[in-house]
Structure formats: structure tokens, C-alpha cells
Design a protein around this ligand. Sequence first.
Ligand code: ZN
Length: 346
Amino acid sequence: MGFSPHIGRANLWETSGHLDFYKDSMYAPMDIEGEAYYAKPMNCPFHIEIYKTHLRSYRDLPRRYAEYGTVYRFERSGSLHGLTRVRGFTQDDAHIFCRPDQVEAEISGALEFSLYVLRSFGLTDFTSYLSTRPEKYVGEAADWDRATAALERAVIAHNLPYEVDEGGGAFYGPKIDLKVKDALGREWQLSTIQFDFNLPERFGLEYIGEDNQPHRPYMVHRALLGSIERFFGVLIEHFAGAFPVWLAPVQAVLIPITDKQIEYALAVKARLEALGVRLEIDDSRDRMQAKIRRAQLQKVPYMLIIGGKEQEAEAVAVRLRSGEDLGALPVDTFIERIQREIAERV
Ligand SMILES: [Zn+2]
């Protein structure tokens, strides 16, 4: 395993007294120049620590902490798979600490946010799974009921088809998982909104209520994409590598037909780059057809072919990766088109 700055220092946890909790989910420490280092398996305790740095009042809530947190889990080598099952990954993780009367709005907001993000990436086929209280659980039944009802109302309000996994929740709280079907009809679990009645208790989280008494906040773990690595694995499969323009790593390739057009091609490239468009120029010695073919294989959305005529007319001849030929367009027209597609995430 490589070492990265994301690996936590054990003594941070010793001083805060939570190492025991954390140890349950960790592996043997690594000895690095006499200090014990652990691979961080989750982000939750760090957000709890931030919450605990101050005495919180009911007016301070909700508090939402979010990060791209790098975590490590042991997966057997046989189960590792591309980007979809890895040992080190990045969660778009957040924890919401709120009052009971804020639960409804927080859950609805988190679900709304998940749907917005997933739909922005072109995913539209969702099913949600609501997992409810199992036989063995921590916390108060009334809190579970309130949380479960909030989750259910949120999926109904967002018109999501859902299935209830009765008694299938973790011992510490009910949750909703959003599963998404990719273009091949395979279902992937992405977003999760998970209540937690265990950690606030275990770490003694409090806020001072309007009554001047200490109260326990509700805690919700939420991930939108889940694991960034897996999400991109799913996206690559979903689009079969042919990303929409706004996501494509290279959005256009400029193909000058002869060396005489290279200078003009560079000028066009500079103009587009200044607008944030990601593009390359293929000034290899290959023939035009070979260049077009290569760009198509790389699934680059646009090929901009430049010959003497295009140069004279301040135009580019536009081809799509599908093979469709849009003919010569003035550079200004092409710029309008690609900027609109990027802005609207077409
Ligand atoms: Zn968490």
C-alpha cells in the first residue's frame, strides 16, 4: 500500500479517546519512523470531532459537513474489479447534524441534491430502497419512526419508485439507497441517506435547546455519488466511453489537412482554450482519414477539420464521432454551439 497524506495519525485518536471505536474498523497499524499510522476507513468520526469543537446551540443547527474523503477498505484480491471495487477510494461524504424538527427538510434537501447531481450526469432511471428498523436496534423507537417517515415522505414527494426492506436497516438507523440503472440495465447503488442513532450517543453529541437543556442531535450520513471511483466506472459503462461534451476529457480535436493550416489551427485552438474548451490538435503526419478514425476511436465528440477553404472562410469543417458531417461552420458558430452544450450539459 502506498502512503498518502490522507492516512490519519494514530495519536490524534488517542488524545481524543476514540481510538477504540475507530480500531474496530481498522487494520494493523503501520510503523512509520516509530509512529503508528492507520489507514482511514471512514470519515464520520472526523466530522463528529468538528461538531464537538464548540458547544452548539439549537440556533447553530443544522450543521452540514462535507468532504471528498479518501478511505481504505480491505477487499479480497479476487473481488477487486476495475474502478467499481477498489481498496482505496474517495467518498463524497457529508454528515448532517440537526434537530428533530429539521429532519424532514434536511432529508428532502439531501434527496433533492442527490437527484440533481445524478440527473446532471444523464442518469434518470432510479429506484429507491427504504430499509427500516431491525429487531435489534439502538435509540428510541419514536426517533426511528420519525426518521423512517421522513425518508418515506421524501421519496414519495420526489415521485421515486421505492421498495421497503422491512427490518432490513442497520442497527443504528433507517436509510434510503438510490440505485440507478445504467444503459445496459444493470443496477448500481450510488446515493445513500442514512440515519445514525448510535454515533451521537456513543460520542456524547449535544446541543443546547431553547429550554436551556442539553439535547441529542440527529445525525445523517449522506453520499451523493457514493465512491467517486465507482461512480466514474459506472459512467464509463453507461456512456460506453462516449461521454457527453461537457464531461469528455478531450472535447474536440483539430485536424489540419496539411502543414499550411497548422498556424490557423493553433489560433483556433487558442481561442477555444481561452473559453475553457478542452481540445487537442492532431498535427501528426498521418492522412486526414486516419486522424478522423483515431479521434472517433477515442470517442472525442468533435473533429474540426481544417483545409485551405476553411482557413480562408475562418471556419472549421465539423464532424461528430458518430460519423455525421455537419459541414463547414464559421468558428463563431461552432463556439456558440459547444459553449451551449457544455453549459446545458446536453
Ligand atoms: Zn458517515
